[in-house]
Write a protein that binds this ligand. Structure first.
Ligand code: SF4
Length: 353
């Protein structure tokens, strides 16, 4: 099976694993997955959600090697990235893995502020699990810039990370957490020189984005869905922000950070049409923004835990269509310096370009 096709299958269907680290259980973004390296790619594969037990894909061990099988047939050898740095502790005694984790092949990822102003309100995003990992004690609420700089420096010294993803829960302040992201990014950059990506909600005042100019290399402002009805149903906080505000924020970011350095998550499988994803992605690509299209990840414990991701066939169709749009607009993951687009573990769009 072609690598990109296997990746689409695994992202939608998951894989049954035993005796392998199944990945983090909660947190922001696509949690509850394991990082699989195979072919020339990497995938953040669901390993803990209910539908995984129905997946034809399994990870088996033979002769000291891991292989992905389907109905007893060998599909591909698979490797799991080494996460040695995660076993260490900071100078103030906090385990590194409570501060940040290895994502994909070589991305250091963290949620700088693990609380979200929408979490205990009807406005929270139903697909999100940001405070679940906090509740379980797997992480700490607010990571100090110096703690992250320390972890990043060690991970770099051990040759395990090449770039950094910083995300944040939305804070009640008008900057929506951007100032803390900037402060953190500056500390990491000063200690390591690694390229850094930051993700945040579009602030009302775009001048707040400017504070990131000398702190990060790429940014993500995530619309999640171009279907406003879907947003009202699953992410009321995002539906409250007019699409125009997103568009103006993306434009401002492209001016600051450049083409293909700005991205937006677009989640497939929440009730929207293919057209909504494809046309929304066209609009993004025309602005120079990368549409990071991912299949819905129903994380155990989240409000959408009982949902099922979209089928691999649907994802393949969308990826093929959007890859062509990217080519026509000169937008590409290969130009991106840091973050989810460079990591590409959660989306197979880069593999279809
Ligand atoms: S694509 Fe982003 S969220 Fe997914 S594993 Fe990579 S850094 Fe993490």
């Amino acid at each position: 099976m072609e690598t990109k096709n296997l990746k689409v299958e695994l992202l939608s269907l998951g894989a049954r694993v035993s005796g392998v680290n199944k990945g983090r259980r909660g947190g922001a973004g696509p949690a509850a997955g394991g990082m699989f390296l195979f072919g020339n790619t990497v995938a953040n594969v669901p390993t803990q959600s209910w539908f995984v037990s129905q997946s034809p894909y399994r990870v088996e061990v033979g002769n000291g090697k891991y292989v992905i099988t389907s109905a007893g047939e060998r599909i591909s050898e698979v490797h799991f990235p080494s996460k040695k740095f995660e076993e260490l502790k900071t100078k103030d005694g906090i385990p590194y893995n409570k501060i940040s984790l290895l994502h994909g092949r070589n991305c250091l990822a963290t949620t700088t502020i693990q609380t979200c102003m929408y979490w205990n309100t009807p406005k929270r995003c139903k697909f999100c699990a940001i405070e679940l990992s906090l509740k379980s004690g797997a992480t700490i609420a607010r990571k100090k810039p110096e703690q992250l700089a320390e972890v990043a420096l060690m991970a770099k010294k051990l040759d395990q990370v090449k770039h950094v993803t910083l995300t944040t829960g939305t804070t009640a302040a008008p900057d929506k957490g951007i100032n803390h992201l900037a402060e953190t990014a500056r500390a990491i950059r000063a200690a390591t020189g690694l390229p850094i990506h930051a993700q945040f909600e579009p602030p009302k005042e775009f001048s707040m984005i400017d504070v990131l100019y000398d702190a990060v290399d790429t940014v993500g402002i995530h619309v999640e869905s171009f279907d406003r009805e879907v947003l009202e149903e699953v992410a009321l906080c995002k539906a409250d922000i007019p699409l125009r505000q997103y568009i103006e924020a993306w434009k401002r970011c492209v001016e600051i950070f450049g083409d293909s350095q700005v991205s937006s998550y677009v989640i497939a499988g929440m009730g929207e049409s293919d057209e909504s994803i494809i046309e929304g992605s066209r609009m993004l690509a025309e602005l120079g923004v990368y549409p990071f299209i991912v299949p819905l990840r129903p994380i155990p414990g989240s409000d959408m835990e009982n949902e099922k991701p979209p089928s691999p066939d649907r994802m393949r169709y969308i990826y093929e269509e959007v890859a062509e749009i990217l080519r026509d607009n000169g937008v590409s993951w290969s130009k991106n310096k840091a973050g989810c687009v460079r990591c590409r573990a959660c989306s197979a769009l880069p593999d279809f370009e």
